[in-house]
Design a protein around this ligand. Structure first.
Ligand code: MG
Length: 279
C-alpha cells in the first residue's frame, strides 16, 4: 500500500516536472517566493465527494468533510426564499421545487439532501463553519430577480455573517456584478471575487473587487490577466478544475486558489510540485 502510494507520488512529481518544462508560459509564475507553491484548494459545494458525505452537495456534512480534509475553503451557494430566509443550495430548482426564490422557506426546508439532512439554512452553515476556523467559507450569493432584491439579499447575508461573528472567515463570490458592488459598498473590508469572466483585473480593481474567480478558458483566452492580477493585488481563483490536465495547468501557473470537486487530487498535484521543487 505504502509502496503503491510512493510510486503514485513519484509519478505525480515527474509529471509536475515534465509539464513545467514543457509549459512555455511557466514564467507567469513570478511570485516573490518562487521556491514554494502556495496554491490553495477550495472544495466546490463542500467536499461532497468524500465517502461520508454521500454525494450531498452544499450540505453541512460536505462542509465538515472539507474542514476535516484541511481545505483552504469550502464553497457554497446562498439563495433567499420568497419569505426572505437565507438557505444553502445551488438552485434555482431544488428537489422538485422549480424555483426556490419564489417558494416559501418551509417548502424548501422540507426537502432532504442525499444524506438525509434537511436543506441547510445559512445560519446552520455558519455555525458549522465556526467549529473549524482553519477553513474559510467561500460564500456565493446567487443571482436574484432584480437589483433591488439582490441588494436585500446582500444586506441580509452580511447582517447574518456579522451577527455570527464570522466576518474574518467568510469570503464572497458572485456572478452578479451588482451583488459584488453591493458587497464592496456594505462591507468595504470584505474579500469579494467576481465569477462572470468578462472583466479584466484592472476593471475589477477600479470597482474595489478583490479577486477574480474565472473558468480556465477565460484565463487562457486572456493570457495577460494572471500577471495583471498579480501586479494589481487581485487574487486569482479558477473553477471548476476537475481533470488531471487542468489541475496540472492551474498548479503550474501558480494561481492563488483552485476550486474543485476533487480536493484530494488537486492537493496531490500541489504536493508533487512542491516535492519536485525541494529536490
Ligand atoms: Mg457556487
Amino acid at each position: 500500500m505504502l509502496h503503491g502510494k510512493f510510486i503514485l507520488m513519484a509519478g505525480l512529481a515527474l509529471l509536475a516536472v515534465s509539464c513545467s518544462d514543457n509549459d512555455t508560459t511557466v514564467d507567469d509564475n513570478d511570485r516573490s517566493h518562487p521556491s514554494t507553491n502556495d496554491t490553495k484548494v477550495i472544495a466546490h459545494r463542500g467536499y461532497w465527494n468524500a465517502p461520508e458525505t454521500k454525494g450531498a452537495q452544499n450540505s453541512i456534512a460536505s462542509l465538515k468533510a472539507a474542514q476535516d480534509f484541511g481545505a483552504y475553503g469550502a464553497e457554497f451557494d446562498v439563495n433567499m426564499t420568497a419569505d426572505d430566509k437565507l438557505v444553502v443550495l445551488h438552485g434555482p430548482s431544488h428537489k422538485g421545487i422549480s424555483n426556490v426564490q419564489t417558494a416559501d422557506f418551509e417548502q424548501v426546508r422540507a426537502k432532504t439532501l442525499e444524506n438525509g439532512e434537511p436543506t441547510p439554512t445559512l445560519a446552520e452553515y455558519l455555525e458549522q463553519g465556526a467549529k473549524n476556523k482553519g477553513t474559510k467559507l467561500i460564500l456565493e450569493i446567487k443571482n436574484h430577480a432584480t437589483d433591488a432584491r439582490e441588494t436585500q439579499v446582500v444586506e441580509a447575508v452580511i447582517d447574518e455573517v456579522e451577527s455570527a461573528g464570522m466576518k474574518e472567515q467568510v469570503e464572497y463570490i458572485a456572478f452578479s456584478l451588482h451583488v459584488c458592488k453591493e458587497i464592496v459598498r456594505l462591507d468595504p473590508e470584505a474579500k469579494v471575487a467576481y465569477l462572470n469572466g468578462d472583466l479584466s483585473p484592472a476593471e475589477l480593481k477600479e470597482l474595489g473587487i478583490t479577486g477574480l474567480d474565472y473558468q480556465k478558458a477565460k484565463m487562457t483566452a486572456n493570457p495577460s490577466w494572471l500577471r495583471d492580477a498579480r501586479a494589481l493585488g487581485i487574487t486569482v481563483n479558477v473553477w471548476t478544475i476537475n481533470n488531471a490536465d487542468d489541475m496540472q495547468w492551474a498548479v503550474n501557473k501558480g494561481v492563488d486558489y483552485i476550486t474543485t470537486d476533487y480536493p484530494d487530487q488537486v492537493q496531490a498535484v500541489i504536493d508533487a510540485k512542491n516535492a519536485a521543487i525541494k529536490k
